[in-house]
Design a protein around this ligand. Sequence first.
Ligand code: ADP
Length: 332
Amino acid sequence: MLSALAEPTERDDESTLRPKRLSEFVGQPRVREQLELVLEGAQRRGQPPDHVLLSGPPGLGKTSLSMIIAAELGSAIRITSGPALERAGDLAAMLSNLVEGDVLFIDEIHRIARPAEEMLYLAMEDFRVDVVVGKGPGATSIPLEIAPFTLVGATTRSGQLTGPLRDRFGFTGHMEFYEPHELEQVLRRSATILGVDLRPEGAEEIAGRSRGTPRIANRLLRRVRDFAEVRADGEVTREVARAALKVYDVDDLGLDRLDRAVLSALVRSFGGGPVGVSTLAVAVGEEPTTVEEVCEPYLVRAGMLARTPRGRVATALAWAHLGLTPPPQAPG
Ligand code: ADP
């Protein structure tokens, strides 16, 4: 039993696979270069760098990059998330515990509650918070100094951030989907760390089906490794990768069950759209935010779905992918 407990879990794998330094961080050349300048400039001046906002779909490396920022600065990182900061007091407690130069990472910062957000304005600008003591007319506000720190916020929905919050970030890094050759590099690195015998064609096959997302690439690699070890001799060739991904319902474009359910509902139940995202979400039994933040960005990028003011529309490519012919009037 003990030895089983000592075995690393897949969650451990995720943290083992995280790149630890900027030099190990694959892809995102633009964000990397911009960030390097921000960090180096601040270090030369001996100041904490400006607050950083990282935006982009899930799994593209925002959390990893925030940890890298702290590592590059030689600072400690405190991690929290927008939904965890329901009361301003939760944030005040975190802020007052910061040590000079610390990095505070707030994931899903667009989901922060309004009172905490307002407290954050002052903290980001003046390294100060006003703690309100008491209630009603007798309430007083006590200013509290906090140590100069760098806030790193991550969001999948930068459009949902309020103007005042967005304006207080000195730098915004827009994370893009990864190119297949970058994902191959991520996979090679992960295979080395996990001790998987990954052949170049196997890497190519997995990379092409990873929806431009390193987290998905790593997850598929683990599934393909299982298949390779159980049903083959452990070597991940193109054939092994193909056979494994078939078992896991990942199609040749990397669309999974939910992506296909969304496309299929759009095409089959709503004649290709336009249809509102909430209606579409109900049709596939998912939360609208999941459809919007997890499925749609890649379907849009893959040219299968268009977001229009009147709702979601399937493109000709989506119809073709499902093996169907669009009606003549369907938008292409
Ligand atoms: P996000 O915070 O954007 O959802 P994460 O930083 O948690 O994404 O990344 C998910 C996983 O993907 C990480 O554990 C890491 O293994 C891998 N990963 C992400 N970006 C990169 C990258 N640029 N290079 C190598 N691996 C990456």
